[in-house]
Every structure is written in C-alpha cells, then in structure tokens.
Design a protein around this ligand. Sequence first.
Ligand SMILES: NC(=O)c1ccc[n+]([C@@H]2O[C@H](COP(=O)([O-])OP(=O)(O)OC[C@H]3O[C@@H](n4cnc5c(N)ncnc54)[C@H](OP(=O)(O)O)[C@@H]3O)[C@@H](O)[C@H]2O)c1
Length: 280
Amino acid sequence: MQTRPFGSTTRAVPLIGQGTWMIEGAERAAAIAALRTGLDLGMTHIDTAEMYGSGASEEIVAEAIAGRRDEVFLVSKVLPENASRTGVRAACERSLGRLKTDRLDGYLLHWRGGHPLAETIAAFDELQRAGKILSWGVSNFDVADLEEAQRIADGRIACNQVLYHLGERAIEHAVIPWCERHGVAVVGYSPFGQSRFPSPRTAGGRVLAEIAAVHGATARQVALAFLTRRPPVFVIPKASSAGHTADNAGAGDLGLSPDDIARIDAAFPRGPRPRSLPML
Ligand SMILES: NC(=O)c1ccc[n+]([C@@H]2O[C@H](COP(=O)([O-])OP(=O)(O)OC[C@H]3O[C@@H](n4cnc5c(N)ncnc54)[C@H](OP(=O)(O)O)[C@@H]3O)[C@@H](O)[C@H]2O)c1
C-alpha cells in the first residue's frame, strides 16, 4: 500500500483509506472484520463522524481498532451545529469517548454552518494544544471557503474532504489545484459514487474493465488508482465486507500508464467548471 505525506502533517498516510458512513447498517461482526482486514492490508486511514449513525459508526470503529490504535490515522468530524468554540470541545470529547481513544489524528468540520469559522478554528487549535487532536481540517469546502480558512489559519489546514468519483470530477477544476499549491491534502469521499459505480455494460464501464484486464486488476481498483493519480489526493471507500475491503486495498499499488489515464479521462469527462462545490 503506497503512502504519501498527509497535507500539513508529517504523517505518511495510505492512498486508500476506509470510510464508515452507514457501516452500522451492516452485520456488526462483518463490518468490524472488514475494517480490521483493511488495517492488515495497510488501509490505516479510518474516516468516521459524529453524524454517522448518531455515533454508532464511531462505536464500531472503536471495536475495530481496539488494541491497534497506534496503527491508525483516525479521523472524525464535528457537525456544523456543534462547531462553536465550546461546542467543538464537547463534541470532540463525546467522539473520543465513543471511539475509546485519547486522541484523533484528524478532526474535521463536516461542512460549513452558522458558526464563524474563526471560532471553530480557535477551538481546533485549543484541542490541538491539549493533544486531543493531532491535526484538523475541513470538508465540503470550495475555494472561497478555503481562502477564508487560510486567512485565519495559514498553513494549519491538514485536509479538505470532498466528493470525488468518476462521475463527479468538479474538484479537479479549482479545489485540487488550490490544495496542491497550499499543501492541503484532498480526501475524496464517495469514490465509487456510492451505489452508482459504472456497470460493465456501459461504455465507461467497458473502458475500466479493459484497463483492469491489462493490469490483472478490478474495475474498482482502476477507478481508485485514477482518482489518486495526483499528489495531494487520498480516497476513503467504504466497504462492509472483508472481500470488498481487500479489493479496494489492491488499488494502493496499482500504477496506471499515461495512456490508461487518458482513456479514463475521455470516458468520464470532468465536465464544466462548477459555480460551487456540490454538497451531500
Ligand atoms: N465529508 C462528507 O460530507 C462525506 C460524505 C459522504 C461520505 N463521506 C465519507 O466517505 C466514505 C465513502 O463514501 P460512501 O460511503 O458515500 O460511498 P462509496 O465509498 O463511494 O461507496 C460505498 C458503496 O460501495 C460498495 N463497495 C465498496 N467496495 C466495494 C467493492 N470492492 N466491490 C463492490 N462494492 C463495493 C459498498 O458496499 P458494501 O458496504 O456492501 O461493502 C457501498 O455500497 C463514507 O463512508 C464516509 O466515511 C464523507
């Protein structure tokens, strides 16, 4: 599993991590086994949030990482309504309790809400000084939001977690270049488009299958390798079975040729520059 430096942190983080949204909907033992298989295969970046299953996802992650905390780059997110100076601290303590750990490797503002960014960032800085979080970042930020955050916290934004899959490449226009210039990691979420991964019966799906066959890989591995082709980008596919996790981990060592990349680019065009970033 390839790793690269994660934004402003000095940590080597795997290109392919593990998402956990709606993992609580899967059979619990299978979900925990899937996450632990991911750790065995080097997918040590685990992404969760207080929002996911109202804390149930964090509790599953706690079971999966029990006894293995030091291997994990553990990220959780605070809801915008909790992102006041005192609210962030309280939310973080609740997440730490559910995750049964004393620290997060990354703590993100899930999306922008009503609380002033300066207040949220002051709270993140306080948590960082107290050793409760090792870095902080943002999510669903477009370039205007990033500029504002950067004015408050020059050089301290570890990452921006944003929607990114073959059918939704809008961040390639401005968000990825901005993050690249400012040393901010880009974490692509929903890298399979949730349940909308291209079927092999579509023209795009056939391109993925052909490239996969050449590399002895799978279409999903090809998609993940394409998404992580640029230096600041990481992805966090969610899987609730060990088989799916192992498939996804296989992308971590798959190198695509310039010709492969050009073919995927043509099959899944990035489309026009959006006026603002789509939000979930
Ligand atoms: N910051 C944000 O606002 C935000 C928003 C959305 C998501 N996220 C994060 O990003 C993570 C990933 O996004 P996502 O969960 O929305 O969608 P996703 O990762 O694009 O897709 C998940 C779906 O793909 C399936 N899958 C995974 N690996 C597979 C494989 N190898 N073969 C076949 N099917 C496979 C999963 O099935 P099984 O579950 O059956 O394995 C699940 O149905 C989330 O879990 C969450 O941590 C963040």
